[in-house]
Design a protein around this ligand. Structure first.
Ligand code: HEM
Ligand SMILES: *[C@@H]1O[C@H](CO)[C@@H](O)[C@H](O)[C@H]1NC(C)=O
Length: 297
């Protein structure tokens, strides 16, 4: 007639365990696949610099579909790269009702991330949202769940404590970042990104009463920053429109040229160099952040 509480509880637990097991097996599979793709990249010739986006895809030959700034009714998020795809109509311009599978394909073609990454990250955010990767949809702003992937101390957004619209670029922060490049021609280097993230974390710790940044979210932060080097080549000239207007400049192509794209495996050394280079201290020279204390314990 009716299940006892214990039976219901057991069913819940076993469903939870099955779910967890599914994800462990799936992610182990993704990692093996990723290592395989990394090895394939070693032997296959890289794509020519001007022809990274495949022929026939939007952005092939550096010809991107027309940019249209978002209307107030359009959904945008904390990720500049995804907003740019929507602003160019590669993802729906409304930023709404996007399938996770469509996200995978758009990131694969436009940014030349490896298929393993293009599955892993959308699958991860689908899990955060409690939706199915295979059948689910999302609006861009849905991915701004605080401490899902979105976290404090970002480079292009003020903390969610100070603004509940994570789709909005903070121009001052972006200009601080772009003017901090010490590479050739003012380009960004690994070291510049460690310094920029260190400053942001110190600033956020001192100014956001609800500041949090677990190691896990720190690594998301360094991964996001690592894309500025590995996909955008650290080019401050390109990053100006990309980060400020979320627009891909004419002729732009990903600097990652491997045939199978940037794998999680090949990406890690850059992520770790950035993260390990971070000291949470401040040089006091940044606009809008000049009042910070010299050092945080
Ligand atoms: C595959 C699906 C992706 C998802 C679900 C995603 C999601 C996110 C989220 C939630 C954030 C906010 C993190 C924060 O609070 O700082 C973020 C930031 C960022 N993402 Fe993505 N992203 C994706 C792909 C990409 C790709 C392909 C690139 C580069 C080509 C990229 C570049 C960035 C950058 C540079 C930031 C840092 C912005 C900042 O520090 O303010 N993302 N992403
Ligand atoms: C800055 O980076 C871009 C992309 O990697 C590169 O094409 C450009 O030559 C760099 N600038 C200088 C002055 O080296």
């Amino acid at each position: 007639m009716y299940d006892s509480f214990a039976v219901i509880a057991l069913r819940r637990i076993s469903l939870g365990l099955l779910d967890a097991l599914y994800n462990v097996v799936l992610n182990a599979g993704v990692m093996i696949w990723d290592v395989g793709l990394t090895l394939i990249n070693v032997v296959l010739p890289s794509r020519p610099a001007g022809r990274v986006v495949p022929a026939g895809a939007k952005g092939a030959g550096g010809v991107w579909p027309a940019y249209e700034a978002p209307a107030p009714s359009d959904s945008r998020c904390s990720c500049p790269a995804l907003n740019a795809l929507a602003n160019h109509g590669i993802l729906p311009h409304s930023g709404r009702d996007i399938t996770f599978r469509e996200l995978n394909a758009a990131v694969r073609a436009s940014y030349n991330f490896a298929p393993s990454f293009c599955f892993f990250v959308p699958n991860y955010i689908a899990g955060v949202l409690g939706r199915s990767y295979w059948t689910g949809k999302f609006d861009l702003s849905d991915i701004d769940v605080h401490n899902g992937i979105e976290h404090d101390a970002s480079l292009a957004r003020v903390d969610s404590f100070h603004s509940n619209d994570q789709g909005k670029v903070c121009a001052t922060l972006v200009q601080d970042l772009l003017s901090s490049g010490t590479g050739a021609g003012g380009n960004l280097t690994t070291h510049d990104l460690s310094r920029a993230l260190g400053r942001r974390r110190t600033h956020a710790r001192n100014n956001n009463p609800q500041y949090s940044c677990s190691l896990f979210h720190k690594l998301f932060g360094s991964s996001n920053s690592a894309t500025l080097l590995r996909i955008f080549g650290g080019s401050t000239k390109d990053l100006q429109p990309i980060l400020l207007e979320e627009r891909l400049p004419d002729g732009w192509q990903p600097s990652e040229r491997h045939q199978m794209g940037l794998t999680l495996t090949a990406f890690q050394p850059t992520v770790l160099s950035i993260e390990l280079g971070i000291k949470e201290e401040v040089d006091g020279s940044l606009s809008g952040q000049g009042t910070e204390k010299a050092k945080v314990q």
